[in-house]
Write a protein that binds this ligand. Sequence first.
Ligand code: ADP
Ligand code: MG
Length: 264
Amino acid sequence: METTSTNEAVTNHAVNSPSQSRAMLAADNLTKRYEDGVLALDHVTFEVNQGHIYAMLGGNGAGKTTTINLFLNFIEPTEGEARINGIVTHKEPLRAKEKIAFVSENVMLYPNFTALQNLDFFARLGGQTGYSKDDYREVLLRVGLQEEAHNKRLKGFSKGMRQKCGIAIAILKDAPAILLDEPTSGLDPKAGFEFIRLLESLRDEGKAILMSTHDIFRARDIADTIGIMNQGRIVMQSQKSDIAGEDLEKLYMKYMAGYMEQVN
Ligand SMILES: Nc1ncnc2c1ncn2[C@@H]1O[C@H](COP(=O)(O)OP(=O)(O)O)[C@@H](O)[C@H]1O
Ligand SMILES: [Mg+2]
């Protein structure tokens, strides 16, 4: 229920402030200049609501990983802030981390542990001791890892299979937000397709999903909102419904062409 405040200025500020918005993930003028002077991120602002997938699309060096690392508080912003469910990541990193699951490009799991052992290890590491072996089996089947692989060591797994274990661990964490850095790079087309369908099912459960990709086709296939990044800025943002595929391709190629000129 609304309470009336004698201090109207403060109340209005609280209502209008972006930190009070309902977005699960918010980048607010997020800026990062690395110690060597590189301006990797330049006042980037966007939001991801629950039940939405936001794809950051951009070439190498655009600032995608920097953005994700700021949400995870692996690095601190130079200016602006990243918020998870209203929690400013660099001010309350532990509280923020509870709300977020992360799947990296190269999922770091234990090669000598089996799939089931990896799930158990990482669930316990995250403080979750209530899961049974059946729970682990269920989630591994959900991500598409067939039963005969559950008791095999990860060192024999393909990248796609490791990626499935990574997302299984993220699912077990049951956080409202999921971050993925280039999750489909290096996957064969079938594994990539399956992975995308899995992200859609998580989106439909209400997760807020932020992913980076340099693959325009995947971004177009899955994202509710696409932000094209170039040189640390979001140069274009569009809702899936807003823009025809060809237009998006043209725009992306234009920015990618600019990028190719820089590197050549
Ligand atoms: N630790 C770092 N120190 C200095 N510069 C960095 C560091 N990490 C990334 N950069 C630079 O920041 C820019 C953005 O990089 P990054 O966020 O990794 O882009 P992307 O993930 O889109 O490829 C690039 O110019 C990159 O060289
Ligand atoms: Mg990157």
